[in-house]
Design a protein around this ligand. Sequence first.
Ligand code: C5P
Length: 398
Amino acid sequence: MLSDKKILVGITGSIAAYKSILLIRLLVKAGAEVKVVMTPSAKSFVSPLVLSTLCKNSVFSELVESDQWANHVELGRWADLFIIAPLSCNTLAKMANGLCDNILQAVYLSATCAVVVAPAMDEDMWHHLSTKKNLSTLLSYGNTIIPVGKGELASGLFGEGRMAEPEEILQFCTEAFFRGISLSGKKVLVTAGPTYESIDPVRFIGNYSSGKMGFAIAESLYMAGAEVLLITGPSQEQLLYKGIKILRVISADEMYESAAPLMGQVDIAVYCAAVADFTPSIKHTEKIKKHSDHLLLELQPTIDILAMAGAQKKTNQYILGFALETENEKENALAKLKRKNIDAIVLNSLRTVGAGFGVDTNDVTILSANGVEKNIALQSKKSVAAAIVSFIIDELYA
Ligand code: C5P
């Protein structure tokens, strides 16, 4: 994943430095070449020997070591990415003010690559106005800040200030390298997952949709540079990238209410959710008792979110829907494309083993209003998502 990438890890004096050991392992495992630069005080928290053994490179902690001058300019130019994790309050303040009293500062000031920082501090320090000011100065320099987590802190307090976990930092590094620009500036809405229609407080009508396809599409659009909002029904899926906004809803009605205000505003919309077509006319507030040997439920149609979006489609908007058909697949999908006034439809088939609900793979055909037809043979939903996104890009810039 990160092969051929040169990553410089900067470590400062913070108890969270123990996580840098894991981060270096993950980066090396992902194929990156890793070098380490640390502040002198970081050595009290983690040993240079452990770090140099893990990254199989020398570790730099002094500007002058055994009469040899460590070339900070060379280090700063060597790296494709400089990730400072943990970033202490002290180093943050020095970075914001251009101080240069140790090798890490010197490398930071001479680095020509992207800089990502993962702060770690106690909650009160994290909320101090000077910290906020220094962080916004770093942002203005173009540095990326990985949000801190909430939890147990070294002081014994519980709160905000924990350094992000190594897996999350790895994700940011991947993003820093691979997030493209083909959709930058585009606002995108994606719907995903099933919806649950309440019968009573303990029962609902739902479907087998896992949300995997919609989540993968949201991630692919994000990695193509778009600003993405994902509205999902109940799903176990988690997003890889923190930059994607996510709204979790339950019912078709809630999904519609969340999507409606954005329909006219987004440049691209992908309606991937398996929205329930019908919902109980009456939602019982108490559990329905087993009074008789049968139960009649009256259902009424839900709002067709995609059709609503199609009805108010703007000239420069691109809308893509999904269709799950079991007979006359292509004809039905094309009829849906026309009826809902959208630009393209992704036809899912239940006939292919390994495609459809719940599984990690899919096999789809994309049909566009321009008459283009593209089959994407059985492959992982992530690859199918990438192919759908490249189809959208081709259509947008054709
Ligand atoms: O008409 P049908 O339900 O087969 O259409 C499927 C497409 O319409 C999918 O893109 C789905 O997300 C969307 N849809 C919707 N709201 C509904 C039903 C379907 O957005 N209530």
